[in-house]
Ligand binder design. Structure first.
Ligand code: ATP
Ligand code: MG
Length: 296
């Protein structure tokens, strides 16, 4: 199980959009990973999107989405994930019972079928096995408001990789810089446990060449800090506004729209971006790449 966290203390940069797309890609062939999205948005945007999609589509969602507030996620992290990852926190029976109650209480699920699945999972809770072992990936969708550094820390601490979109405005970059300081502290802390803390950043919603210039200056600094900076920048496009929580992936969307000549650039952007993310995740999670899977 790997925890991939989309984060940036600045709101509205594209975290939820990105994780929805990645969940769609990685839950489908050839990956078929089991994925849990933990939506920590106070507006429950992924939850609402899923409700909408359930009305629109017949297909069964291939991944789970739960909503937890930041405090409950921290509880979740402290009680279970930290132990699994670092092997340093030991739980006794009492803690386990506490976690189980708290987790059941705070989980908001998206449809009855999923409620049953998760309830079943909790019911069958194996004391030697955490519920998180049921997933290949947990995607943490961090809240967009300026949450305090202290409240973000536990979740960042247990993340195997960070995905950090940012927008090309001075204001966005200023607050992203503040956030990077927080992440560098976390990186130093994880190092003490011999844990890596890879960060993937990319420019989202650019519209013109001025945006590129701003991003270029910023990217030099990121690279100096050993933060991966994507070569692909995502433009402001309607296609990203049409993301659903159902079966559509980046690639299927790209292919569909590339039937129209006008959208070839968009299709290329999506494919290249997907490839970069895949490469990054493959490296940091030691998962087989799509080529390995296809050839297997
Ligand atoms: N490249 C893009 N082109 C067009 N619209 C985009 C793009 N990226 C994101 N958006 C839109 O911008 C809005 C904010 O994106 P999103 O909700 O993914 O950001 P977020 O970081 O999760 O926000 P929050 O901090 O509020 O949780 C959404 O309406 C989304 O559809
Ligand atoms: Mg969001």
């Amino acid at each position: 199980m790997k925890i991939i966290t989309a984060s940036n203390q600045k709101g509205g940069v594209g975290k939820t959009t990105l994780l929805t797309l990645l969940a769609n890609i990685f839950s489908q062939q050839p990956y078929n990973y089991s994925i849990l999205i933990i939506d920590q948005d106070s507006q429950m945007s992924t939850y609402k999107r899923r409700q909408r999609d359930l009305k629109l589509y017949e297909e069964i969602p291939t991944y789970d989405v739960i909503t937890l507030n930041l405090d409950d996620t921290t509880t979740f992290v402290k009680q279970t994930v930290l132990e699994v990852i670092s092997g340093t926190v030991k739980k006794d029976e009492k803690d386990r019972a506490y976690f189980k109650t708290e987790f059941s209480r705070s989980v908001n699920l998206l449809d009855e079928k999923k409620i049953n699945n998760i309830n079943q999972a909790l019911y069958n809770y194996d004391p030697n096995k955490s519920i998180i072992d049921n997933y290949d990936f947990i995607f943490m969708d961090m809240p967009g408001t300026l949450a305090s550094e202290e409240s973000l820390k536990p979740i960042l601490m247990v993340s195997d990789a960070i995905l950090m979109p940012f927008k090309p405005s001075d204001k966005d970059i200023e607050s992203t810089l503040d956030f990077i300081e927080v992440m560098l502290k976390i990186r130093a802390h994880r190092k003490k446990y011999d844990l890596e803390f890879p960060i993937f950043s990319y420019l989202n919603e650019h519209i013109n060449t001025t945006d590129f210039k701003i991003a270029k200056k910023f990217s030099d600094l990121l690279i100096k800090k050993e933060i991966t900076f994507s070569n692909v920048h995502l433009r402001r496009r309607n296609i990203y506004l049409r993301i659903t929580t159902m079966m559509e992936s980046f690639l299927s969307m790209a292919n569909k729209d590339s039937e129209n000549d006008k959208n070839i650039a968009q299709s290329l952007e999506i494919k290249k971006f997907t490839k970069e993310i895949e490469e990054f995740l493959t490296k940091v999670t030691e998962l087989p790449s799509v080529l390995d899977l296809v050839n297997a």
